[in-house]
Design a binder for this molecule. Sequence first.
Ligand code: SF4
Length: 296
Amino acid sequence: MKFIKEKIINDLYDLLSPCRLCPRGCGVDRLQGEVGDCGAGLEVRISSYHQHFGEEPPLVGIHGSGTIFFAYCNVHCVFCQNYDISQHGLGREVSTDDLAHIMMHLQDRGCHNINLVTPTPWVPQIVKALARAQDAGLSIPVVYNCGGYESVEVLKLLDGIIDIYMPDMKYGDDEHAEKYSGTPRYWDAVTAALREMHRQVGELTVKEGIALRGVLVRHLVLPHTIASSDRCFEFIARELSRQTVVNVMAQYYPTYRATEYTELNRRITVAEFNDAVRALQRYGLDTAARVLEHHK
Ligand code: SF4
């Protein structure tokens, strides 16, 4: 992580009023405590933090990933498995000083990275905390573990601060994204965000089993090809690179409001998962994904 200048923090805080931290650009004045479409106001809110051993192996290593779960989310998936945190804001407010102490605590426990889960609505506050933690000696990689619906303007300000980007690529078209996650102009937003992330940090660099830098894309296979896995992988292979690490995830189950949609009201089949894996192979992305294999 590069040295974080005060100007970057100020530029990020400016984006809170009117808020345009994410592609929704809902324009509320968060500096005055107004709450946006994501549910976030001014004071950062977290649900928990701990050494996490359930993430991808290159993040977990031996001592775990230093995971901080933030409350609220700018993506409203009807099948969200953490909806109490992401949609209902379950958690507590912490100051940026508290957040910096949490980061240092996780580093002191031996964690291999600081893993920011759903950081998008809180980027200014997080970067301010990172600067304080940096002054106190924070040196492990910082992971931006997000839904992928990101503002390129914000990502550019994060250049050199974030070491590992771990975005979701949820859909291959706007129609399903709007219907099941309420995200307008999804495809343009996610593809622009992934291009910018890849430009900054490139492919995943792993040394002695531990990720140091790069992009790791997560893709959750949905029933009835709703996630358009084929189109997602085609984009990644053609416009990022075939060395991009993609985690194809099979753990979908209907929860939260997914039961209101017949087409989402079941787990995926083995055939649907195998189809997604074949698409990954077809675009030559399977070799890079082997770095994740012993996790599955
Ligand atoms: S981060 Fe939240 S408040 Fe800001 S534009 Fe996005 S949805 Fe609106």
